[in-house]
Design a protein around this ligand. Structure first.
Ligand SMILES: Nc1ncnc2c1ncn2[C@@H]1O[C@H](COP(=O)(O)OP(=O)(O)OP(=O)(O)O)[C@@H](O)[C@H]1O
Ligand SMILES: [Mg+2]
Length: 381
């Protein structure tokens, strides 16, 4: 069984959309898929799947000791796709007890007749979310091209790395004591360079170093860049990748790009995943492409990619961004030709996009000035 956790630092970047549609795409290709809504407290995956009401969610399982886990799993209208609903009744993932989390993980790992288990996670970096993300070495980190989303994607990965440090070091080891000392010394997580710290661990505590290296040997999360407007935006992810390599000693693969697609709003209103509503949409095609990659990974079942292979994933993403952009333009032209879209509609769409771009520029300027201030006061990324 392949586990695909889908996370992000920032909320609203498209995790649930990707989770639901990827699940449908994999199921359509004959894979047996279970999709779990682990965004406890903010569960909305059933709505994206087009289910109005769900019988019980994970909260019911936690609140009743006699409730069998299997009863949570429901069939969907898509053959091969089963669904585990989340819950809004319980106050959120952060409040999940350690024992509850372990119990849930045990049940998830023991799912039978399943090729892919897709986990839709909530935004943020609480330790439960990180633990679900770390059930796979190749979890997906969704981001959009905005500065807030990419910075938050970086922080998510940084927190995942800290979680791995935390769980790799023995309680009384030099590395653990040193890590705790530094984290407690006021400078906190923010000022610790993982790469430099690991050099010191290697010198002073080889056992801990080996344990961390073992835990991260195959750790190579995958970026997914959503809500692209412009092919040039592909670069935004490369910057996060550079920071991860430089400061966190971890490299990431590029899983691909998805453009912002206005048809998604129509699909949502029609209560259907876009991949069922409009399989030809640029967004649906991008999801099929990701599903194909997932199936290839499943077949290859290899370790992490080497540097050349990783570079190739970034080049492929750049190429895909250009191809999809042409597809988007061709689709617009088609709409204009058939009269489905008037020139007036197009002008209106461009205007509203320009407004959005101006808003984003403002947001970026504000954030940049905050970052400069933070760096000046000694904060390190
Ligand atoms: N490529 C896209 N094109 C158009 N709309 C999109 C795209 N991706 C996501 N959306 C829309 O953006 C909104 C947020 O998406 P979604 O709920 O999947 O994000 P999320 O990361 O799961 O959010 P949360 O952190 O709240 O769980 C939704 O209205 C969704 O339909
Ligand atoms: Mg969501």
């Amino acid at each position: 069984m392949q586990i695909i956790p889908i996370a992000s630092g920032k909320g609203g970047v498209g995790k649930s959309l990707v989770a639901a549609n990827l699940a449908v795409a994999l199921a359509q290709s004959g894979k047996r898929v279970v999709l779990a809504d682990l965004d406890l407290g903010g569960s909305n995956l059933h709505l994206i799947l087009g289910l109005r009401a769900v019988p019980q969610g994970i909260g019911t399982f936690f609140s009743s000791s006699s409730f069998p886990f299997e009863s949570l799993i429901i069939d969907t209208e898509t053959p091969n796709l089963r669904f585990i609903p989340g819950d809004n009744e319980i106050p959120g993932m952060a409040n999940l007890k350690q024992s509850q989390k372990k119990n849930l993980i045990r049940h998830l790992l023991n799912l039978s007749d399943t090729d892919f288990l897709i986990l839709d996670l909530g935004a943020g970096t609480n330790s439960n979310t990180l633990d679900f993300f770390l059930l796979s070495n190749h979890g997906i980190v969704v981001t959009t091209p905005t500065l807030t989303a990419t910075v938050n994607a970086y922080f998510f990965i940084k927190n995942a790395i800290f979680r791995l440090l935390d769980t790799s070091f023995e309680k009384t080891s030099w590395a653990r004591l040193e890590l705790d000392r530094r984290l407690a010394s006021g400078s906190g997580v923010q000022k610790l360079y993982v790469s430099k710290f690991l050099d010191e661990v290697k010198k002073n505590d080889q056992e801990s170093y080996a344990a961390y290296k073992k835990a991260t040997r195959n750790f190579q999360p995958r970026f997914l860049l959503n809500m692209l407007d412009d092919p040039k935006d592909v670069d935004k992810v490369s910057r996060v990748r550079r920071s991860c390599r430089e400061y966190l000693d971890v490299d990431l693969e590029h899983l691909g790009v998805i453009y912002r697609d206005e048809l998604q709003d129509v699909a949502l209103a029609s209560r259907l995943p876009i991949i069922l509503y409009k399989p030809q949409a640029v967004l649906s095609q991008a999801i099929y492409r990701i599903a194909d990659k997932m199936i290839q990974f499943e077949r290859a079942d290899t370790g992490p990619l080497d540097l050349t292979e990783l570079e190739e994933t970034y080049q492929t993403a750049t190429l895909e961004a250009e191809i999809d952009f042409s597809a988007k333009l061709a689709y617009l032209e088609e709409l204009l030709d058939t009269g489905a879209l008037s020139t007036g509609d197009l002008v209106e769409a461009v205007r509203s996009q320009q407004f959005e771009i101006t808003q984003l520029k403002k947001e970026n300027t504000l954030l940049k000035s905050k970052i400069v201030q933070a760096i000046q006061s000694g904060y390190k990324f």
